[in-house]
Design a binder for this molecule. Structure first.
Ligand code: IVH
Length: 700
């Protein structure tokens, strides 16, 4: 799509705009050129996953375009990057016919199935050998796009195959789907393209974590997440989910008069390449061509092993006859084309028996039902326990003890009960009774209107006490290595741990006398407790286990105060002014700091030497490294690796996991190895010392 020369030219233009932006003198004549620059960076980000500028820098250029377009509304075009965002809600999705019916694929599960498919196709085509194009079978929601005169005019769901829902406003939110493409250059006037909308594993996981923080059941798999998101009526929410679009099939096109005798592609592989050239995320890099079915079978076998390495879910491979003339000859049944077949990988689902349901009390008192099932292997892991989230989940799925249940574990996702099989019931199954009292302290349970979870409101409930301590000591909070669930329970039974503050009063001489402890293990525990006293403030806030306060919110809260107690002065309205804090979170934080018990606890922590000050806060903006990316390598003269990384984050920068063109600075210490070598080869990466790094922070 973008040649090396074009890439250099556009990077050059990017710099020119950044300079003019700083000087405040971008002129109107440059609007279209600025649009092109933005489209280029959209492409680097969404199609190549190799951005050349940071999100922050992109946003600045985007805002500049918005301003220019506001000043010159007559110059706005429908394919401007600013025109993805639409205001207003979709009322109903209207139904529109597909230009060509959307068929499904025939499935195969074994090598024999593939050999049979090849034999049938060769016989029908009257040839000895066929060439196949093999692509991933993307596991998402299928869609159909229509472009007319280079512009995206429609995005439609599969529906019943003949007509589907018009979801154009939602499709426009997906940055890997171009709003316009130069089809005219290939003599194409109107075109219908088929593909799949996906959510990648990382975004899926992040989204489920957000749901879990609100005690809402997660989505079972990325496919459901993608399909569900496409049906949301607020396009702005769709934009936040970061969907991706893969386009793999051209189902229909018309040509402009002069070009009619010249088809723009003659094979499936050529159609994929054409889409790639035009800026679509087609499986250009993932497709493979083979002569005969033998090598296809080998490829399929080898590919299944690498399935988990992909950033998105696939449920198999699709094998397509490459030559379009032969495809035409083979034709279709009413259900699927005769020129293609899907090879399905092993399902990540299994059935098992629901033996019992246990009710666990979390650190905020939420009661979570947990299903105990007969052990069953799914995707290489034996599953025995699965969260059922809340009472509504159990009711909606109509789950009963003794039921056969369908369990899914997609990729590295937590296991999920998809459904039960009421038709298999024998009569001895019985309903699941949600307890009315806390299973640990026997206080009556409470459910607030609009909330999903039943809660035990007894703050001193044993289960809550220990869960709070476990959370406080956990890796993402105060990181007290060694103080896990087993030790917390043991120390609690001994009467040594009643609250998080008592961690700092543990009687080490007594602990040394306990069975299983020695001098060394007590020393280690003592050292990790000691170290935790000076953890950064956001870790302490997260560790306090305030309802709805996850790691991100904790960072926001920490970043807005000089010391923890300042948060007690914030009204709910003031809290809501902070980034991404809504009424629910604000109310919860306010409630926490209004409780004198909690204030007493915080004072006790402080008296025991735990830092409540925000050591990292520097100046009102708190930043200086915004939009910049860093990687550390080798041994630094004074900073430990995690200290250095926290300095980057607390100053608004970002730490990357490896060296790539996305990296701005490599901070190299002694004995730096391969990262340094790699960085030397990338012109845009600057290699600096710890001293230079510290200067960057202190010069603000
Ligand atoms: S070709 C007329 N190629 O899987 C043939 N389909 O289970 C159209 N799918 O309906 C389909 N990846 O929604 C094709 N590389 C790929 C695909 C793919 C995923 C979906 C598609 C299809 C379904 C069948």
């Amino acid at each position: 799509m973008y040649s090396k020369q074009a890439t250099q030219q556009l990077q050059h233009e990017t710099a020119a705009f950044q300079k003019e932006l700083r000087e405040g003198k971008i002129r109107a004549r440059e609007i279209e050129s600025l649009r092109n620059v933005l489209r280029f960076h959209e492409y680097r980000y969404a199609i190549l996953a190799d951005p050349l500028i940071s999100d922050f820098e992109y946003d600045q250029l985007y805002k500049a375009l918005e301003t220019l377009e506001r000043e010159h509304p007559d110059l706005v075009t429908p394919d401007s990057p600013t025109q993805r965002v639409t205001s207003g809600l979709t009322r109903e999705f209207t139904q529109v016919p597909h230009l060509v019916p959307m068929l499904s694929l025939d499935n195969s599960y074994s090598e024999e199935d593939l050999v049979d498919f090849d034999r049938r196709a060769r016989e029908l085509a009257g040839v000895d050998e066929l060439e196949y194009c093999v692509e991933p079978k993307f596991d998402g929601a299928s869609i159909s796009l229509v472009y007319e005169d280079n512009l995206l005019v429609r995005g439609v769901t599969r529906g019943d195959g003949v007509k589907g829902d018009d979801i154009t406003a939602n499709i426009r939110q997906i940055r890997s789907i171009p709003l316009s493409a130069d089809f005219a250059a290939h003599g194409i006037k109107q075109i219908e393209i088929r593909g799949e909308i996906l959510i990648n594993k990382k975004n899926f996981k992040q989204y489920n974590e957000q749901l879990a923080e609100q005690n809402l059941p997660p989505l079972a798999n990325p496919r459901n997440a993608a399909a569900g998101t496409l049906r949301i009526k607020d396009p702005r929410i769709v934009a936040e989910r970061n969907l991706e679009g893969f386009l793999y099939h051209i189902s229909y096109y018309t040509q402009t008069g002069a070009r009619r005798s010249h088809p723009p592609f003659r094979t499936q592989a050529e159609s994929i390449s054409l889409l790639w050239e035009l800026g679509f995320r087609s499986p250009e890099k993932e497709k493979h061509l083979f002569r005969g079915i033998g090598p296809v079978v080998d490829h399929v076998r080898a590919f299944e092993k690498t399935r988990d390495e992909l950033p998105y879910e696939i449920d198999g491979l699709v094998i397509k006859v490459n030559d379009l003339a032969i495809q035409d000859k083979l034709g279709m049944t009413s259900h699927h084309p005769r020129w293609a077949i899907a090879f399905k990988f092993k399902a990540r689902q299994a059935t098992s028996l629901l033996r019992a349901v246990e009710f666990q009390v979390g650190r905020t008192g939420n009661i979570t039902p947990v299903a105990k099932i007969d052990p069953v292997p799914i995707g290489g892991v034996t599953v025995t326990s699965i969260s059922l989230h809340n009472e509504d989940f159990i009711r909606e799925k109509d789950l009963r003890i003794g039921d056969s249940v369908l369990v899914e574990r997609a990729g590295d996702v937590i296991p999920y009960v998809v459904k039960s099989f009421p038709e298999l019931r024998k009569g001895h199954e019985h309903r699941i009774h949600f307890p009315e009292k806390c299973p640990v302290c026997h206080h009556a349970l409470h459910k607030a209107p609009g909330e999903a979870a039943w809660r035990c409101l007894n703050y001193n409930c044993e289960a809550q006490v220990t869960q709070r301590i476990i959370h406080f000591a956990s890796k993402d909070a105060m990181e007290i290595t060694g103080l896990g669930e087993a030790l917390v329970n043991r120390f609690h039974e001994q009467g040594w741990l009643q609250d998080i503050a008592s961690i700092y009063e543990l009687p080490f001489e007594e602990i040394e006398k306990l069975e299983g402890f020695g001098k060394k293990s007590v020393q280690n525990l003592r050292a990790s407790i000691e170290k935790s006293r000076t953890q950064p403030l956001h870790r302490l806030i997260y560790g306090l286990g305030i309802r709805y306060v996850g790691e991100t919110t904790a960072k926001t809260l920490a970043g807005s105060v000089d010391q923890l107690m300042d948060l007690a002065d914030f009204s709910p309205a003031q809290l809501q002014e902070l980034e991404d804090i809504g009424p629910k979170v604000a109310a919860s934080v306010h409630e926490f700091f209004s409780n004198p018990e909690n204030i007493r606890l915080l004072k006790k922590l402080e008296a025991l030497g735990v830092t409540l000050r925000n050591e990292k806060r520097q100046g009102p903006a708190g930043g200086g490294l915004e939009g910049l990316t860093f990687v550390f390598t080798g041994t630094l003269p004074t900073l430990k690796r995690n200290e250095a990384e926290e300095l980057v984050e607390s100053n608004g920068g970002k730490v990357l996991s490896g060296v790539s063109s996305k990296l701005n600075y490599l901070v190299a210490g002694e004995d730096a190895g391969s990262k340094l070598e790699k960085a030397k080869k990338i012109d845009s990466v600057r290699i600096i010392s710890e001293e230079e790094f510290l200067k960057m922070i202190h010069k603000k």
